[in-house]
Design a protein around this ligand. Structure first.
Ligand code: SF4
Ligand code: SF4
Length: 137
């Protein structure tokens, strides 16, 4: 996972990361028994640097480098994992909570100034709206 200085600067006390995620998503991450079903069925797993099950494990273990994982941004909120989780965990909401932790610190995932003229001219406006809603706080 490639580090990001702004994200690395976010400070958490012991246990604070999991507490914040749980507060934002309303899920009990400790219910996860690491069966891997979520990762096995995720349509974007090949593009993720951590499987959804690993993301949960990192959060539980207070490993805040999870915030540098591309998985939370690659997640397309398709709910496949949430539908299949034997522990009834809504992993989609967990991913959103992790994104919110970053965006609420005013750290945007997408830098608008870096979007090229060609991209602005060729990418559909609807795609931009979806991208900005997800990646900009
Ligand atoms: S499917 Fe549910 S219980 Fe299994 S690893 Fe994923 S979150 Fe944990
Ligand atoms: S909601 Fe996200 S993590 Fe879950 S299966 Fe879909 S893309 Fe993968």
């Amino acid at each position: 996972m490639k580090g990001n200085k702004e994200i690395d600067a976010i400070k958490f006390k012991e246990g604070e990361l999991v507490a914040e995620v749980e507060e934002l998503c309303g899920e009990n991450l400790f219910a996860c028994y690491q069966c891997g079903t979520c990762s096995a069925g995720c349509p974007f797993i090949d593009d993720m640097d951590l499987g959804p099950d690993e993301v949960i494990r990192y959060v539980i273990l207070d490993r805040k480098e999870v915030l540098n994982s591309n998985t939370i941004w690659m997640c397309a909120s398709c709910y496949t994992c949430a539908e299949r989780c034997p522990r009834d965990l809504n992993i989609t909401k967990i991913m959103e909570a992790l994104r919110q932790i970053i965006l609420r610190k005013k750290i945007d995932r997408t830098k608008i100034v870096k979007i090229s003229k060609k991209e602005k001219e060729t990418i559909p406006q609807l795609a931009f709206v979806s991208l900005f809603r997800k990646n900009i706080g």
